[in-house]
Design a protein around this ligand. Structure first.
Ligand code: UDP
Length: 327
């Protein structure tokens, strides 16, 4: 059995990935410090609770296992917090990833799949955003992810460590079987927040800016279903093993939906009314962020199965209804 280390496997995307890998009969080990993940979200495999900062634990883990590849989901993801606490982001997202890469080199593990982000591009100069778009991140979060992409280039040259960087646009939705879903605390993402308003866990939903240069004045984003994201990781793994070559891909549906469209579609799917409040713009939000994922489709053979907003919301709603976790 091929053995995969999933770092951050107790988090939102990582836990869905673990489930998919187990379903495909991979031997899975999860490393997570549970700073934001949940132990009960890891549905199988071997679970190790340790911090990436703990070099001894990391070294022992690699000494005891023969990992064919590492998938790295563990990072801090809040843009606003990254502006206020850049040290936390550079420590966790950059320094700790560097430790992980150094350990991989020592133990001769050659394949790495990295959760990157659309935030590495900064303010879009054109849309949809392809892989050639200039990379000028405007906050420490985006910078920290770009720094890792740059480190990976150097680790490939120096050590033959081959990586695939997957730049997610807006990861959304939940396990279609209803077993897993999004559980951030605090929650900052639009779809779970709107669903919390629909389920009365939240009093209202705020629209951060309705004077953008878009059709209805609200920001447009490219929401990609979590299952489609996980599929892309499996394809990236196959790509690394077949081609022994590093690469980078933007991942989105190529379909943009405005904040207002998300809210309207949520009312429709849930059959609930809730209060919607027009509010100030949130700092650093580009008007439109849409991916050009042609390269992922041509090179990896990736196709989104759930590219309709309705399905994404339906699956996330199913999770919200069944798992009304206290905040
Ligand atoms: N947004 C909003 N109200 C909220 C949360 C988000 O209007 O309560 C907007 C946000 O300004 C952005 C879009 O929804 O335009 C998606 O935001 P999210 O935080 O989900 O993802 P991001 O695009 O920042 O990665």
């Amino acid at each position: 059995m091929t053995s995969i280390l999933v770092v951050g496997g107790a988090g939102y995307i990582g836990s869905h990935m673990v489930k998919l890998l187990l379903g495909r009969h991979f031997d899975v080990t999860v490393l997570d410090n549970l700073s934001s993940g949940h132990r009960d979200a890891v549905v199988g495999g071997c679970f190790v609770q340790a911090d990436l900062e703990d070099k001894i634990a990391l070294d022992n883990l690699f000494a005891e296992n023969q990992f064919a590849a590492v998938m790295h989901f563990a990072s801090c993801i809040e843009v606003g917090e990254s502006v206020e606490r850049p040290g936390k982001y550079y420590q966790n997202n950059v320094a700790n990833t560097l430790s992980l890469l150094n350990t991989m080199v020592v133990h001769k593990v050659k394949h790495f799949i990295f959760s990157s982000t659309a935030a590495i591009f900064g303010q879009p100069e054109y849309t949809p955003i392809d892989e050639n778009h200039p990379k000028k991140p405007i906050n420490p979060y985006g910078k920290s992810k770009l720094m890792v992409e740059q480190m990976l280039e150097d680790f490939d040259h120096a050590h033959g460590l081959k990586s695939v960087c997957l730049r997610y646009f807006n990861a959304a939705g939940a396990d279609p079987e209803g077993q897993l879903g999004e559980r951030h605390n605090p929650e900052t993402h639009l779809i779970p927040l709107v669903l919390q308003a629909a389920s009365r866990r939240r009093k209202q939903i705020y629209i951060y800016g309705s004077d953008y240069e878009t059709e209805d004045g609200t920001c447009v984003r490219d929401y990609i279903h979590i299952s489609d994201l996980c599929d892309a990781h499996l394809l990236a793994l196959a790509y690394l093993r077949e081609n022994q070559q590093s690469n980078q891909f933007n991942l989105g549906n190529g379909n943009g939906f405005s904040v207002r469209e998300v809210i309207d579609k949520t009312s429709q799917v849930t059959q609930k009314n809730f209060e919607v409040v027009d509010s100030e713009r949130r700092q650093g939000d580009p008007a439109v962020l849409v991916a050009d994922a042609k390269k992922a489709s041509e090179v990896l053979g990736w196709q989104a199965k759930f590219n309709q907003l309705e399905k994404i919301i339906e699956h996330a709603w199913q999770w919200e209804l069944n798992h009304n976790w206290p905040n």
